[in-house]
Design a protein around this ligand. Structure first.
Ligand SMILES: C[S@@+](CC[C@H](N)C(=O)[O-])C[C@H]1O[C@@H](n2cnc3c(N)ncnc32)[C@H](O)[C@@H]1O
Length: 460
């Protein structure tokens, strides 16, 4: 079915079959026989993707649009039209849920709620739109859950929690597709406190949002399974592990790792003396220069709105004078021309702030290796540029993102050394994210300890 732009804006994303199946695999592992034994209810059913390929003992579904209800009911499902955030349930359904709870049946919410936020998203002061004026949002405001009420997913989660309790089910599970951000953002602390009183995390995975038609490749969708605690009660949740799944080049879905998603309560202020924090900052700066994903490039003559644009790379770390001398020494005419045409001959910002003499051993090692390779590779850079003009290596301020192609191909030994130094600095930085206090020490991986040199600081 092809959806219109408006429908996409209203959260009309159909879950692709592969990710429906993956979700079912996770639920199967957590709740045995759920399809046969539980009452399963999808309150944002759309075209019924989450259940249409499986057999169920007792399944109900409702959704906003009558056309979707007609399709799903036409396929033989118990489907009814309902705006979940504004309407009441039909009488027959309400009665059945109370009865099923009495019979001791488990309830499983199986849902991919619409991803729609009020204008301004979850930010304080976000403008009220239809979304933040639903009946459910009004109820959430009474309990000071205002921030979460500004998006439909938060509202669905609230209503599912309250209704499951009201119907009296003793065993309730929630299988939820959502953006992961309600778990991380500081603005959702209040909602998390509310949600974690009822729900216990059982398992989850992440997959690229681009698997949904029209969604950005830059964020991930989370599928998570939760079980309701027998009694409401506060528990502290700091982080949750998610398996990561991705489609490879052949279209096969494979596990690429595990990610820990942290519930960040407030932006921490550094808890260590200034000299340790300053070193962390300088290390981060050098690290950023050699992070292969930094996308920092210098490009020339990029067509934009009928002109050709010059993109300067402010993260290049050497000065113009140095590059001019290096280009003159090897007769790299294209680079000399590029330098000549640099407007105002302004230095790249990074070159003005890096002070090699105060760098840590690990950062200095990486920085020096990078400089050596930059210098050595001038000997073959012109020829490489002529063979590969797309990399724009004639730009005097071309960054690591571009240089790595030349270095990898023509200087593999030196390049390997550079990567080893990069990884060493990376390991140091990962530890120091905790030491400096960006993530609480309690998030430290089980079994690992803070680096020895910072023990005193932490104990103090
Ligand atoms: C993200 S889609 C998921 C559809 C389907 N369950 C799937 O996974 O492919 C969300 C669905 O919720 C429906 N919807 C949006 N707002 C709703 C509301 N207030 N009440 C019930 N359904 C709603 C949309 O029409 C859409 O079909």
């Amino acid at each position: 079915m092809v959806k219109t732009e408006k429908q996409l804006k209203e959260g009309e994303f159909w879950t692709p079959p592969d990710w429906v199946n993956k979700g079912h695999d996770y639920i199967d592992a957590i709740i045995p026989n759920w399809r046969q034994e539980a009452v399963v209810y999808d309150p944002a059913a759309g075209g019924g993707n989450l259940f249409s390929e499986y057999e169920f003992g007792e399944l109900y579904c409702s959704t906003l649009l009558q056309e979707d209800v007609d399709t799903v009911a036409g396929a033989g499902y118990n489907a009814f039209q309902m705006d979940f955030l504004n309407d009441g349930y039909p009488d027959w359904f309400e009665k059945r849920m109370v009865q099923a709870a009495k019979e001791g049946k488990p309830l499983v919410w199986l849902v991919n709620p619409p991803f729609v936020s009020a204008k301004g998203g979850m930010k304080k002061g976000a403008k009220s739109t239809g979304i933040s004026k639903t009946r459910v949002a009004a109820e959430m405001h009474r309990y000071n859950l205002g921030m979460a009420s500004k998006n439909t997913c938060g509202q669905f989660m609230y209503k599912m929690t309250e209704d499951a309790r009201r119907w009296g089910f003793k065993e309730v599970h929630l299988a939820l597709y959502s953006k992961p951000n309600w778990r991380t953002g500081t603005s959702m602390v209040g909602f998390r406190d509310y949600f974690f009183r009822d729900w216990r995390f059982k398992g989850a995975f992440l997959f690229p949002a681009a698997e949904f038609k029209g969604c950005s490749p830059l964020w991930a969708v989370s599928f998570s399974v939760w079980s309701m605690a027998s009694k409401r009660g506060v528990i502290e949740v700091k982080s949750m592990y998610h398996d990561c799944w991705k489609r490879d080049d052949d279209g096969v879905i494979e596990k690429t790792g595990v990610k820990r998603i942290y519930c960040v309560e407030e932006m921490p202020t550094p808890i260590v003396p200034a000299e340790i924090y300053d070193e962390f900052e300088r290390d981060s700066l050098i690290y950023a220069l050699y992070e292969g994903k930094n996308n920092c490039t210098a490009v020339r003559d990029v067509p934009f709105k009928k002109t050709l644009v010059r993109v300067k790379n402010n993260t290049f770390w050497r000065k113009i004078k140095y590059m001019k001398k290096a280009a003159e020494a090897v007769g790299f005419d294209e680079m000399l021309l590029d330098i000549k045409s640099e407007p105002n001959q302004t230095e790249s910002y990074m070159a003005t702030i890096i002070k090699p003499e105060v760098l840590s051993t690990e950062a200095k090692n990486l920085y020096m290796l990078g400089n050596a390779l930059l210098a050595k590779s001038m000997a073959t850079r012109q020829a490489f540029h002529q063979a590969n003009p797309d990399y724009n290596l004639h730009a005097w301020d071309a960054g690591y993102y571009q240089l790595k192609y030349l270095w990898r191909e023509n200087y593999p030994v030196e390049y390997e050394k550079l990567r080893t130094a990069f990884k060493k600095l990376q390991e140091k930085l990962v530890k120091n994210v905790y030491v400096v206090g960006f993530l609480p020490m309690t998030f430290w991986e089980a079994g690992s300890t803070p680096p020895d040199d910072y023990k005193d600081v932490l104990d103090g």
